[in-house]
Design a protein around this ligand. Structure first.
Ligand code: S5P
Length: 259
C-alpha cells in the first residue's frame, strides 16, 4: 500500500486556505480532535471552548440549539479560536435548493458565513446546494464539507449515494475540502475525512447514535479528524477528557504514519 502522508505534507498539497490552516494546526498542536459543543447557552459553549481549546484542532457548533446566540457570542468565540488556534465549524447540514441555502448561510439570525470557517451540506439536493453556498462563501474564503456517510443507525447515506457525493465534492474543489464520513472515501490527500460517532466508553445513545473508539475511527476507518461531543462535554472534567481523546486519536494517527 502507498505511503501515508503526514498532515503537514497534505496541508502543503491543499489549495484552500481553510484546509491548509486546519492541517497546519493539526500538525502544530498534535491534535486531530474536533470537539462538538452541543450546548444550549453561549456561556456554556464559550466555557467549553476555553477549557478544551488547547487540545483541539476544531470546535464544532450547532448555533440553532442556542437560546442566546448573539454577535457578542460570535466575537468571543472568534477570540477564543484565535487565542487557542482552532477552526470554527458550524454543523448546519444544509439540505435545500441553492437559493434557499444561500439565505440560510448568509442571512437569518445566525449569519453563519460571517463567522464559521467551515460548514457542511448534504448532497441530497444535487450540486445546486453547493452553487448557492459558494456564491456566499467563496468571497469570504469559507469552506464546506459534504456529508457522505452518517453515524446513525439506518441512515440512507450509503452505496451509490455516497459515491455520488464524492463525485460532487471532486467537481467543487474550490469550496469542498472534505467529508463527514465513517470511512476513507478517496485517496485524494487534499480531502479531509472527519468522523463523528466517536466515544471511549459508550456504544450508542438510545436515539440511533452509534459509537466507535478513536482507534477504530482513525486506524480502521482512516478518519483524519475525530468529532467528539458528549464524550467530552458531559465529562465532569472536559479539559482532561479532551486531552484523553486528543492523545488516543493522535497516537492512532502516528500508528498509521509508521505502518
Ligand atoms: O453522521 C453524523 C454527522 C454528524 S455531523 N453523526 C453525528 O453525530 N454528527 C454530529 O456529531 C451530531 O450532530 C453531533 O453534534 C455530534 C456527535 O455528538 P456525540 O455527543 O454523539 O459525540
Amino acid at each position: 500500500s502507498r505511503k501515508v502522508l503526514s498532515y503537514r505534507e497534505r496541508g502543503d498539497l491543499c489549495q484552500h486556505p481553510v484546509a491548509r490552516q486546519l492541517f497546519s494546526i493539526m500538525e502544530k498542536k498534535k491534535s486531530n480532535l474536533a470537539v462538538s459543543a452541543d450546548l444550549c447557552t453561549a456561556e456554556q459553549v464559550l466555557q467549553l471552548a476555553d477549557q478544551v481549546g488547547p487540545h483541539i484542532c476544531m470546535l464544532k457548533t450547532h448555533a440553532d440549539i442556542m437560546t442566546d446566540f448573539s454577535t457578542e457570542f460570535v466575537q468571543s468565540l472568534t477570540e477564543l479560536a484565535d487565542r487557542h488556534q482552532f477552526i470554527i465549524f458550524e454543523d448546519r447540514k444544509f439540505a435545500d435548493i441553492g437559493s434557499t441555502v444561500q439565505h440560510q448561510y448568509r442571512d437569518g439570525l445566525y449569519h453563519i458565513a460571517d463567522w464559521a470557517h467551515l460548514t457542511n451540506a448534504h448532497a441530497l439536493p444535487g450540486s445546486g446546494v453547493l452553487e448557492g453556498l459558494k456564491q456566499v462563501g467563496l468571497d469570504k474564503k469559507r469552506a464546506c464539507l459534504l456529508i457522505a456517510e452518517m453515524s446513525s443507525k439506518g441512515n440512507l447515506a450509503t452505496g451509490d449515494y455516497t459515491k455520488a457525493t464524492v463525485k460532487m465534492a471532486e467537481e467543487h474543489k474550490d469550496f469542498v475540502v472534505g467529508f463527514i464520513s465513517q470511512s476513507q472515501l478517496t485517496e485524494d490527500p487534499t480531502f479531509i475525512h472527519m468522523t463523528p460517532g466517536v466515544q471511549l466508553s459508550g456504544s450508542g445513545d438510545g436515539l440511533g447514535q452509534q459509537y466507535v473508539s478513536p482507534w477504530d475511527a482513525v486506524v480502521t476507518r482512516r478518519a483524519d479528524v475525530i468529532i467528539v461531543g458528549r464524550g467530552v462535554y458531559k465529562d465532569p472534567d472536559p479539559a482532561s477528557a479532551a486531552q484523553r481523546y486528543q492523545t488516543a486519536a493522535f497516537e492512532a494517527y502516528q500508528h498509521r504514519l509508521a505502518n
